[in-house]
Design a protein around this ligand. Sequence first.
Ligand SMILES: [Zn+2]
Length: 164
Amino acid sequence: MEKLWAPWRFPWIMESKNGVKECFICDAFNAPEKDDRKNLILVRGSNSLIIMNRFPYSNGHLMICPIRHISDLRAMEPDEWKEIGLLTQKSIEALERTITPHGFNLGWNIGQISGAGLEQHIHQHIVPRWSGDTNFMPVVGKAKVISQDLWESYDQLKEIIIDL
Ligand SMILES: [Zn+2]
């Protein structure tokens, strides 16, 4: 395995001018222009959201998270768990219907040692898998060649997921 080379982390570890860590999830959610396509937000729920990973491990790599900027899984409320569960089901259905993966890896990276690129705002990864791709990609995994354009995937998923 290659040495830790994680370009997808770079935008997540920038610090803003006032010293507060930037959060790409909150930034996308609260973006003044409300351009969800540009910001790759697929679904805005009542307390949680689905956002596409701008630096995906594979095509259709999604993240589902509470809207609240919280770092501790234990701080999640039952309603948040419930909606995140529902959004997880919808995500899998939409991915099945669009890019037809053979399987999925789902998981939360808790703490930096686990590979969490943004540990201040917890999020669940959904990583589509195909037979013949590399073995389970822990977050320290190799950089992948992504064959499908991000926004092409976004448009396909958006069209499906909106009706689920
Ligand atoms: Zn946040």
